[in-house]
Write a protein that binds this ligand. Structure first.
Ligand code: GDP
Ligand code: IMO
Ligand code: MG
Length: 424
């Protein structure tokens, strides 16, 4: 039995939440392996629209076990809010089918202030972080001083919390940052911790490996996207975790030999929220049109997403790094009204040569995208439900991407709802 991995191939917000929810009935377990409340995964079905931040997107399928893996950084305040909403609005029994790794690291209130302080200190070169405390919490994890979910069960947890908090406050002071409302934040934190204590805290690496032994199938749900990976993304404008397939094994405690399908999800165009290089960005009417039609505003922060054309060198890079076996193309409907669609096939380097590779540093290397123009399909896709009946121009767009990337597109999404999904 294998672990399938679903992950974003661009800068996040590809539609992972929708697809995990769509695929979940094929699996017995859905597990998040990295990231934290910086993620915003949107699900739409039966007239309901709901955004999940830390809870895996299989939670609406009550027969499935949902696991928050050790690679995740967990904010107890956000988590409590999320769980309360799931119970109150949808009557979901989170104590029955949600398990949280004791090895996941905790986001403390001061991690969030540190995030803001570090961004402020960067000035114009700020990352554009979601300010959810992600970077500072992973810093403490790697620095071997973090607090983990399992620590909340130990009698000296509060002492250890105070010790780390004091350390954080010194750094924040050095950065001349003002911690407003810290006591209110701490009050919410302790309520969150109390709620967390009542949940299923587990050594989830055992749960997951036992599940595999029992012949169960697991879907690992990525957060963010490949181009935000801390090693391979547009560093330093990245998040602080490995968003790529490799991260799934470290973030869940599974051996790589269990890998099954790697499902790579991308939009028919590109978006990015926050700072950093974006070669195919259309900071013009075209970008504004994509943003308006695709409702490209952050699911976590509400910020405008920067929009641009599909970037094949970047997509190929992501497919290579993740070993993608199937591609899922999202938001095709957003391009319905475009007469012509541009696709970046190469980058032109400052010396005039062409490359299909993503350069070491996209800020230092001035790459100019080289585009090929394809015909748009110019029609509403709403009525379509069969892959082989899609409009000719869309089939050509799909074939063009497949030929360039060398991996089949086996799913096309034509709207935010669960039902607006076409499998090949
Ligand atoms: P995630 O972070 O990868 O889960 O993606 P987000 O939820 O942040 O952003 C994707 C947005 O696009 C959400 O608002 C979805 O409801 C929406 N969406 C997903 N698939 C489609 C699609 O095929 N067409 C359209 N128009 N919207 C979609
Ligand atoms: P999902 O899972 C899009 C971006 C931020 C910022 C950079 C670092 O919904 O696809 P961080 O808060 O991690 O320190 O921010 O990464 N970012 C995302 N962009 N979707 C996300 O998650 C993101 N999570 C972080 O905007 O540029
Ligand atoms: Mg999102």
């Amino acid at each position: 039995m294998a672990v399938d991995i679903l992950l974003g191939l661009q800068w996040g917000d590809e539609g992972k939440g929708k697809i995990v929810d769509f695929l979940a009935p094929q699996y017995q377990v859905v597990a998040r392996f990295q990231g934290g409340p910086n993620a915003g995964h949107t699900l739409e079905f039966d007239g309901i629209k709901h955004v999940l931040h830390q809870v895996p997107s299989g939670i609406f399928r009550t027969e499935i076990q949902n696991i928050v893996g050790n690679g995740v950084v967990l904010d107890p305040v956000v988590f409590k809010k999320e769980l309360d909403a799931l119970v109150e609005k949808f009557g979901i029994d989170v104590r029955a089918n949600l398990f949280i790794s004791k090895k996941a690291h905790l986001i403390l209130p001061t991690h969030k202030y540190l995030d803001a302080a570090q961004e402020q200190a960067k000035g114009a070169s700020k990352i554009g972080s979601t300010l959810r405390g992600i970077g500072p919490t992973y810093q403490d994890k790697i620095g071997r001083q973090g607090l983990r979910v399992g620590d909340i069960l130990s009698p000296d947890f509060e002492q250890r919390y105070q010790k780390l908090k004091t350390l954080h406050l010194q750094i924040i002071k050095n950065l001349a940052f003002d911690c407003q409302d810290l006591s209110a934040q701490e009050e919410a934190f302790w309520k969150g911790i109390e709620a967390l204590r009542s949940l299923n805290l587990a050594d989830t690496e055992y749960l997951l490996n036992d599940a595999l032994q029992q012949g169960k199938t697991i879907l690992a749900e990525g957060a963010q996207g490949t181009l935000l990976d801390v090693d391979f993304g547009s560093y330093p404008f990245v998040t602080s975790s490995n968003t790529t397939a490799m991260g799934a094994f470290a973030g869940l405690g599974l051996a790589p030999k269990h890998v099954g399908e790697v499902l790579g999800i991308f939009k028919a165009y590109c978006t990015r929220v926050g700072s950093g290089p974006f070669p195919t960005e259309q900071d013009n009417d075209t970008g504004a049109q994509i943003r308006a039609i695709g409702r490209e505003f952050g699911a976590t922060t509400g910020r405008e997403r920067r929009c641009g054309w599909l970037d094949l060198p970047a997509l190929k890079y992501a497919v290579m790094l993740n070993g993608v076996t199937q591609l899922y193309m999202m938001k095709a409907d957003v391009l319905n009204s475009f007469e012509q669609i541009q696709v970046c096939t190469h980058y032109r380097l400052p010396d005039g040569s062409l490359t299909e590779q993503v350069p070491f540093d996209m800020l230092q290397t001035d790459v100019t995208p080289v585009y090929q123009t394809l015909e748009g399909w110019n029609c509403d896709l709403e009525a379509f439900r069969q892959f082989d009946q899609l409009p000719e121009a869309l089939c050509q767009y799909i074939a063009f991407i497949e030929a360039a990337v060398g991996v089949p597109i086996t799913l096309v999404s034509i709207g935010p709802d669960r039902t607006q999904t076409i499998k090949r």
